[in-house]
Ligand binder design. Structure first.
Ligand SMILES: [Zn+2]
Length: 324
C-alpha cells in the first residue's frame, strides 16, 4: 500500500471502513468455504451466498455472480446496462465519491462509463474490462452545469485537479486500486498540485505517479496509456472477487453461466471462437448436434464464423425424459 502523507491543512478523513482488516477476515472466511464451493458448484443456495467473482484477467476473463452498479447521489451512470462489477468495486467507488463531495462540495457529479458486461468476457471496443474490475470514468471538470452529462473535451482550464487528486488518493488509502491509466499531461497536473499547493515530498509521489520518471514505469500505480486524455481508467484489486475467481477455470465459469442462463432465460448464447466446430460445440454443451442445427437454422453446409452467436437450449433428452 502506498503511504501518502495527508495534505497539509486537510482534515483527516473519517475512514468509512478499515479495508485491510475487513478484507483479511473475508478472505479467510472465503478460503474456509472454498472447498465446499468447488465441490458443489451447482448448489442452488450458492447463488445467494456467492460473492461476485472475477475469473481470469482483464484481457481474458469472465465475471460470475455480477453486481450492478446503480446511480446514487453524486454518481451518474452513462451505461447502466453495462455497469456490472463486484460489490468491492461499488463500495470503494461510492466511498471515494462521497469523500470528494464531503470535502470539496459543489462539484460536478462523478460520471462513470463502462464497467463490464453482465457475464464479463469480450466487451467491444475495449481489449480489457473482461472480469468486472475495470471502470472507465470522466475526470472531474470545472465550469459544467449541474445535470449536464454531455461530453466536454478535457482542457488545461477545466481539468478539476483538486477533485481528481482527492478521488485518486481516497481510493489509494482504501487500498482499492491495482492500476490506473491516465494521460501523462494530467499526471503532471496532479504532480504539480501535490508538490506545490499540498507541499508533498516528490519522493512520496514516486509509487503513485509514473510522471516524471518515465510514462510507463510499471512500479507506479498510475501509468500513461494512450487514449486516456478524456477518460480515466481504474482497475480495482477486489481481493475477494479475485480470490474466489481463482477457484474457477474459464471452462468452469462458462458452465456456471450456462446453467444460470438456462434457468433464468431458458437459453444460453455460445459465441463461436476460432477453431470451433458444430460437433465440438454440441459436445461441449452436451446437446444433440441436430438440435443445435435446428435451434440456429443451420444447414449441413453452414459456415461458422468466429463471433457468431449460437443459441443453446435445454438438454432435449432431459425434456423428453420428463414427458410421460
Ligand atoms: Zn477503459
Amino acid at each position: 500500500m502506498l503511504a501518502l502523507a495527508a495534505p497539509a491543512g486537510a482534515t483527516t478523513p473519517d475512514r468509512l471502513f478499515q479495508p485491510a482488516g475487513t478484507w483479511a477476515l473475508v478472505a479467510r472466511a472465503a478460503t474456509l468455504l472454498a472447498d465446499t464451493w468447488r465441490v458443489d458448484l451447482d448448489d442452488p443456495w450458492l447463488d445467494f451466498l456467492h460473492p461476485a467473482t472475477a475469473v481470469g484477467e482483464a484481457k481474458d476473463g469472465r465475471l460470475l455472480y455480477p453486481v450492478a452498479m446503480t446511480p446514487s447521489p453524486g454518481i451518474y451512470l452513462r451505461n447502466p446496462d453495462e455497469s456490472w462489477t463486484t460489490s468491492e468495486v461499488i463500495v470503494a467507488l461510492r466511498a471515494a465519491a462521497k469523500r470528494v463531495r464531503d470535502e470539496l462540495p459543489g462539484g460536478f457529479d462523478l460520471v462513470l462509463g463502462d464497467f463490464s458486461l453482465r457475464k464479463g468476457g469480450r466487451f467491444r471496443p475495449h481489449s480489457t474490462h473482461q472480469n468486472g474490475l475495470d471502470v472507465d470514468l470522466r475526470y472531474y471538470q470545472t465550469g459544467i452545469e449541474p445535470g449536464d452529462y454531455s461530453y466536454h473535451f478535457v482542457t488545461e482550464a477545466n481539468f478539476d485537479t483538486p477533485r481528481v487528486w482527492l478521488l485518486l488518493t481516497a481510493l489509494v488509502e482504501m487500498d482499492a486500486l491495482d492500476r490506473v491509466f491516465m494521460d501523462v499531461r494530467h499526471q503532471r497536473r496532479l504532480y504539480r498540485y501535490a508538490t506545490g499547493e499540498l507541499g508533498l515530498n516528490p519522493d512520496d509521489l514516486k509509487p503513485l505517479l509514473s510522471y516524471p520518471h518515465g510514462r510507463a514505469r510499471k512500479d507506479a500505480l498510475v501509468v500513461h496509456v494512450r487514449g486516456h486524455h478524456n477518460h480515466l481508467h481504474l482497475r480495482f484489486r477486489a481481493p475477494l472477487a479475485r480470490l474466489v475467481g481463482g477457484l474457477y477455470s474459464q471452462d468452469e465459469a462458462l458452465l456456471v453461466q450456462r446453467a444460470q442462463d438456462l434457468d433464468e432465460f431458458g437459453r444460453f448464447e455460445h459465441v463461436v471462437r476460432r477453431g470451433d466446430t458444430l460437433g465440438a460445440i454440441a459436445a461441449q454443451h452436451d446437446v444433440d448436434l441436430d438440435d443445435l442445427r435446428r435451434w440456429n437454422r443451420l444447414g449441413k453446409r453452414s459456415v461458422l464464423r468466429p463471433g457468431k452467436v449460437l443459441v443453446v437450449r435445454r438438454d432435449t433428452q432431459e425434456r423428453v425424459a420428463r414427458i410421460p
